[in-house]
Design a protein around this ligand. Structure first.
Ligand code: 2AM
Length: 174
């Protein structure tokens, strides 16, 4: 029997944005209660978190992802925030990003047809930068805005290991 996998849908940054965000994470980490900067390769925005999914339900999700028309747009990250309970410092935007909100809503609508109910809470588009962050960062904005160009949606499996999360892309949009 196969064990369920922890899945989520995400957008991954282009290389330039990834480096800029990784630099920001390293700059911020010491001032946030000695948090841990996330590794550059793990930086992403989650659009839909599915949690643990039985293997029998994964093939339709791969199919959905591969058929999804690739989103194409820019997202400007300029704001810093802090989620106290998961102890995360994140980057997001001061102005609501309509394209991301629409994409997230469309994705959940499609997922609801596969038996995944949409979350009850509001969506705050963000990229986690620092974990184990006991304090918010001293500033509320990024040192320089980061313009992130997105061009595909990815279905990703997450495994928790000693050194943090390991992500494997299972499918990407066409
Ligand atoms: P985060 O960026 O806010 O940490 C893989 O774990 C991804 O799914 C991470 O990006 C994480 O969001 C998100 N995630 C983990 N647990 C979640 C939950 N219970 N609800 C929503 N998103 C979650």
């Amino acid at each position: 029997m196969h064990t369920p996998r922890r899945l989520f849908f995400a957008l991954w940054p282009d290389d330039v944005s990834r480096r800029a965000l990784a630099d920001e994470a390293h700059r911020l980490a010491p001032g946030c209660g000695d948090g841990d900067a996330l590794p550059a390769e793990n930086l992403h925005i989650t659009l839909a978190f599915l949690g643990s999914v039985d293997t029998a339900r994964i093939a339709p999700l791969i199919d959905l992802t591969q058929r999804w028309p690739s989103p194409c747009g820019d997202w400007t990250l300029d704001r810093l925030g802090h989620f106290p309970r998961p102890r995360i410092v994140w980057a997001g935007s001061l102005t609501p990003e309509t394209a991301l909100l629409t994409l997230q809503a469309d994705l959940w609508q499609a997922l609801s047809h596969h038996g995944f109910p949409p979350p009850q809470r509001d969506f705050t588009p963000h990229v986690s930068l620092v974990r184990q962050a006991d304090r918010p960062p001293p500033e509320t904005t990024l040192s320089e805005p980061v313009r992130w160009r997105f061009d595909h949606l990815a279905l990703v499996a997450s495994e928790l290991g000693d050194g943090g999360s390991r992500y494997t892309t299972l499918a990407r949009s066409e």
